[in-house]
Design a protein around this ligand. Sequence first.
Ligand SMILES: [Zn+2]
Length: 150
Amino acid sequence: MASNSENVMIKGSCHCGFIKYTCSVRPEALKKATRCNCTFCTKLSGANMHLTGPQDFQLLSPASQAECGDYSVHSNAHRYFCQKCGTQMWMEASYEMFGKQIEQFSINLHSVDQPQEGLDLSEVKFEYFDGLTNNFAAGLSDKPYKGGLV
Ligand SMILES: [Zn+2]
């Protein structure tokens, strides 16, 4: 796994322990995360901590990503989850926004192990997207957009 020596290693797992991972997170990304009010994010408890990319994520178990559930509403956005306990684990998405190609890789904060050195989930500040009306042009807000959870 490629990682910057200043990055912080984070451990995560699903509720039953079938899925385990580590990831390398930039220090500036550790204290913030995003939520979106779209149905995909809301129904699946999306609390996204953004990684630089899949190179900073290492699946420790199971042996193959194919053993994880893969829920996708668009062929270019996947949420991986535990097929035994249902925990949402991470998301990979590739899409175009404002004429720019976006490659998103984020872990679901609900899957991060607590307590652990380097990350206290109570200190994470959320910023919010308005995906429900596909109004990403509105940008990130300190408060949820209509229909979104805090
Ligand atoms: Zn599980």
